[in-house]
Design a protein around this ligand. Sequence first.
Ligand code: ZN
Length: 163
Amino acid sequence: MTSAGLDDLYRDILLDHYRSPRNRGHLEHANARAEGANPLCGDQIVLELLVDDDGRVVDVAFEGSGCSISQASSSMMTGYVKGRSADEALAGVEAFQRMMVEGEQIDEAFGDIEALAGVRKFPVRVKCASLAWKTLDQALSTRSNGSGPAVPITTDERSTSHA
Ligand code: ZN
């Protein structure tokens, strides 16, 4: 038995999102925003959300640069979050982290995102895959606090110089 076929399928899914990212761009009327960075790899993401009065993410866009895993994960994350409530999205962040850290299975609602589970074999790349989801968590947190303009957030725990 070999898992090569599955690995190929997963690689194809990731490359498709990397080459044709979903929801890439800028939102004119975003009311939640966060920036994330993974300096270990040079990955960056700027995430913008439009959340309606019912707490539902009605639109989402991201700009990013970096490795294929970080950008594919960003594209997949935006597809997941669009149309979901903030609570569902935050639960999704937790489920994604459990998949990446503990190898827990994610449910069918995640669809192709399961393709990122293979990254778990490469601990350095887990941060690449997680960046978009941590940034989503930050964007929703800044919104729920309702505390003025969004501030840049880095997920780098070593905290290099803040610009
Ligand atoms: Zn990366």
